[in-house]
Design a protein around this ligand. Sequence first.
Ligand code: CBF
Length: 829
Amino acid sequence: EFGDRRAKAEKMFGLMDGFLKNDSISLQKDILDHVEFTVARSRFNFDDFEAYQALAHSVRDRLIERWHDTHQYFKKKDPKRIYFLSLEFLMGRSLTNSVINLGIQDQYADALTQLGFDFEVLAEQEGDAALGNGGLARLAACQMDSLATLDYPAWGYGLRYQYGLFRQIIVDGFQHEQPDFWLNFGNPWEIERVHVSYPVKFYGTLKEEVLNGKKCKIWIPGESVEAVAYDNPIPGYGTRNAINLRLWAAKPSDQYDMESYTTGDYINAIVSRQKAETISNVLYPDDRSYQGKELRLKQQYFFVSASLQDIIRRFKDLHRNFDEFPEKVALQINDTHPSISIAEVMRMLVDEEHLDWSKAWDIACRIFSVTIHAVQPEGLEKIPVDLLGNVLPRHLEIIYEINHRLMEELKKSFGQDYDKLSRMSIIEEGAVKSIRMANLSLACCHTVNGVSRVHLETLKTRVFKDFYELWPQKFQCKTNGVTQRRWIVVSNPSLCSIISKWLGTEAWIRNVDLIAGLREYAKDPDLHTEWKNMKRVNKMRLAEYIETLTSVKVSLDAMFDVQIKRIHEYKRQLLNILGIIHRYDCIKNMDESDKRRVVPRVCIIGGKAAPGYEVAKKIIKLCHAVADKVNNDPDVGDLLKVVFIPDYNVSVAELVIPGSDLSQHLSTAGHEASGTGCMKFLMNGCLLLATADGSAVEIAEEIGAENMFLFGAKVDEVPALREKGTTLKGSLQFARVVRMVRDGYFGFKDYFKSLCDNVEDGGDFYLLGYDFASYLEAQAAADRAFVDQEKWTQMSILSTAGSGKFSSDRTIEEYAEQSWGIEPCKCPF
Ligand code: CBF
């Protein structure tokens, strides 16, 4: 009947390609209609922001059209679907990405010109959707783009936070946090689905009952909150497919306790009902630890429960028998955050669908796969038993049962090796008895993915060693990737044109392996000229942005050297700053003739520190203190400028990355699971200065180590170096720069004391002292390479040419084949 409906529609409207027309006149009319009827401004009088809103609504109409067709088609074909559960999605802006993926960017640009507006100016009106902290969340966004583009039948599920990641403002060099009211001006990219809502239950008690002659536990919940769906269509590129990212918002429920309204305390009854909404209010801004927070657990369960109700409802629309469930459903757990979904599936299958435990467990084990994004065991979530028992009593019981059966199974393999059993147990005994969410995932999931080869090795040999010995077949490597649509086509249109021109095709935008074809022209002088022009224009844009934000004027001839990412001790922004101090110190001690040989640098740092992370906040302040001194020193001039870019987010990255010459990835080896920023820089032809950590190791294999600047201790050297502790002395140069900070050369002597102590007397856990000399050598090598601009440009072209492996398209294909067992399902219209 779907075909009939479509045929009728086509006949009725005489349209071959959807209902909406995409010629310039139709688009102009559409935009004006939205000005008049959606934004409710006169079509004769509206400003840039209102024009953006109308434009966004017009694009949204086209997204919805494709999204309906895609879902009708999925329904008709009923393929196995992948459901991607993630507590965070860092989508950034949608407008430009959407029109590019829909293939109607030029038409819109033209339509707007006719109306007297500029597409790029309107695009700047859009705020970022920042529903995530960093790498993991942006990765999820890239993967959604790839899933749509590669026509996979996929759904994303997450939380619609009222407040995204905090805005960072800098006052006197100190970070301050402000709430991100991102929904205050409406969000044209989402569709509120008031009729798609599910009750999510919390608290309460368990009651034993006999059902069909069998004893069972009945959960009598104490609170119910309504989860309402907000759908965000995700268009694929070069396809009609548009998939769905469904985010849940918490709303008060009237299901429970209606009597409290009749007791006379009407106002309080309403106020307490409204507390329900706090579940989806705010994103946790700390990407290091969330241990033991009740709200965090409620957020996890809230989105997982609503998503699973939705998934099972969809399954039951077409199927009656849960034996078919694993043929139709794959569930991806993005990090351990959604692992409570395992207990929830068991509860739904056993308590609500009345399946036998072993049958339900068999199904659960066939549908779930997990990706771990952390490196340290401390980064894996644990939930105190008391907390879980209070908030989700039935789930605690289910987890105990899973653990009991796991222990029985383990005993068969390991006998009475109680140390091993206790390490593998889902329950951690100790001062605070806790549930190890990672172990729950490992016990159930058929696949456990690491996000780079180095990371997988760490999981196998350290973090989950015991599990790996038992189930080696579960462990897989899915090296991360990023989408070239966002990170080249959207953010660097000039590079996009150059690549298409030299490859003679735009096909690389869907098939990124073709980008390797650039290698052939790496020495071509004409390509070099175009490449350098492109870089200069991007640097100009970045320089203007820097000046507007910080009033610092920078020279375009300088090397733009960038480190943008969350501020973390292990990411070693401090190493970068100490390196800058060393450079400054050298310049100060040079005579004029030596100065002429210095390669000028603009050192750009950006990133947010978690609000309670004191050390990270001090690093931000140190960066500003050094910038103040250096930028105002007439002896230095354009040879060195230091800039901190405030409020780093996806849109800022889109501007900064294309304008960078060099980018720094300095994590102590063994600490960065993968890193994805480096991939975005690589695609944009920025040279990398990096430790042999995470995905940098694989990048070196792809582009050749000679095309990047590697330095520092290797992963397997780090433990022995740590053993040596304080006996490990940094170089004299290191001692000198730390002394400058200690002695108050940059002011704030007392405030920075602990930073200095950490890298000297405090054992230097992240090995800054040890790595400093080799870091400076790598920096010197980068300077030498920059002097030879032809060589530099060649390395830059080879970086872009070698970036194909780091597309999320490749990652998603590996997941589809090796973990999820799904096939593309391409909507034919
Ligand atoms: O896998 C994606 C990214 O995830 C993190 O950001 C994370 O939140 N655990 C890691 O720190 C990155 O290394 C990784 O690239």
